[in-house]
Design a protein around this ligand. Structure first.
Ligand SMILES: Nc1ncnc2c1ncn2[C@@H]1O[C@H](COP(=O)(O)OP(=O)(O)OP(=O)(O)O)[C@@H](O)[C@H]1O
Ligand SMILES: [Mg+2]
Length: 234
């Protein structure tokens, strides 16, 4: 038995930043939440922890969901958060941690996969499996220099689709100098209820803009049927 998704280009979106505490998990969660209104989404937290039998994750904390139980010896399991939103705590400390493989397997089952990464300190292969990268910038000077290195590495090595998001209104990091038409999307602090931005305030509208950049028209018309699946074989 095999399901094939029709009329929909799958997206694997990685959230990249070089600094802690810039709001990455909040952004990842809000993107996942909003996209899940139209498509089946898996949100992966690569920095979750399984302590004894308890799964701990910033995603669950932000949502106010009670930690759930799972043994640290078994492969992390997917938790359903809502109708179309699924969550996988896949700690990078897990002995079988291999993000590329986890993403590859998830591609069979989800329309969109959103990966919340820790701050990236090296320009390595972490972003390899992404189809789009959302770079998140908190506004700092040395942070900007490091982020630019990461952006350029990603551009030259992988030519990924990229979206640039800044939590400050006038970022010190000037993308135009790099000879591209890229621009920043400003993600201000917003009102948060249960971890989710109010869709009508500026933060909520920034989410709309990011989604439009990554998904384009794909998420706008439901008529194409994101869930249209073809039943093949038996
Ligand atoms: N745009 C925002 N508006 C309002 N509050 C926010 C926003 N972004 C983040 N916060 C709040 O700031 C705190 C830190 O955010 P978050 O955990 O998303 O950051 P992070 O970059 O994932 O941190 P870490 O580096 O530890 O992974 C949270 O309490 C969150 O509710
Ligand atoms: Mg985080």
């Amino acid at each position: 038995m095999q399901y094939v998704r029709l009329g929909y280009r799958q997206r694997v979106v990685y959230l990249a930043r070089v600094k802690g505490g810039v709001g990455a998990t909040t952004l990842a969660l809000n993107l996942a939440w909003r996209v899940s209104e139209k498509a089946k989404v898996l949100l992966i937290d690569t920095r979750a922890a399984i302590l004894g039998f308890l799964v701990c994750s910033d995603v669950l904390d932000i949502l106010g969901v009670e930690p759930f139980e799972q043994s640290e010896w078994e492969t992390p399991r997917v938790l359903q958060l809502s109708d179309n939103l699924y969550f996988l705590p896949y700690p990078s400390t897990h002995e079988k941690y291999d993000l590329d493989r986890v993403v590859l397997e998830a591609r069979r089952d989800y329309d969109a996969i959103i990966v919340d990464l820790p701050p990236l300190i090296a320009t390595d292969d972490t972003l390899k499996s992404a189809s789009a990268v959302v770079f998140l910038y908190g506004g700092g000077a040395s942070e900007g220099r490091r982020l630019l290195r990461l952006i350029n590495h990603c551009r030259t090595q992988y030519q990924k689709e990229a979206v640039y998001v800044s939590t400050v209104h006038q970022p010190l990091l000037n993308l135009h100098k790099e000879g591209e038409n890229s621009d920043w999307i400003h993600l201000p602090r917003g009102r948060i209820k249960g971890g989710i931005f109010d869709a009508k305030d500026l933060a909520g509208r920034a989410i709309t803009e990011i989604i439009r950049e990554v998904w384009g028209k794909d998420l706008e018309s439901e008529k194409q049927g994101f869930f249209a699946r073809m039943f093949r074989g038996s």
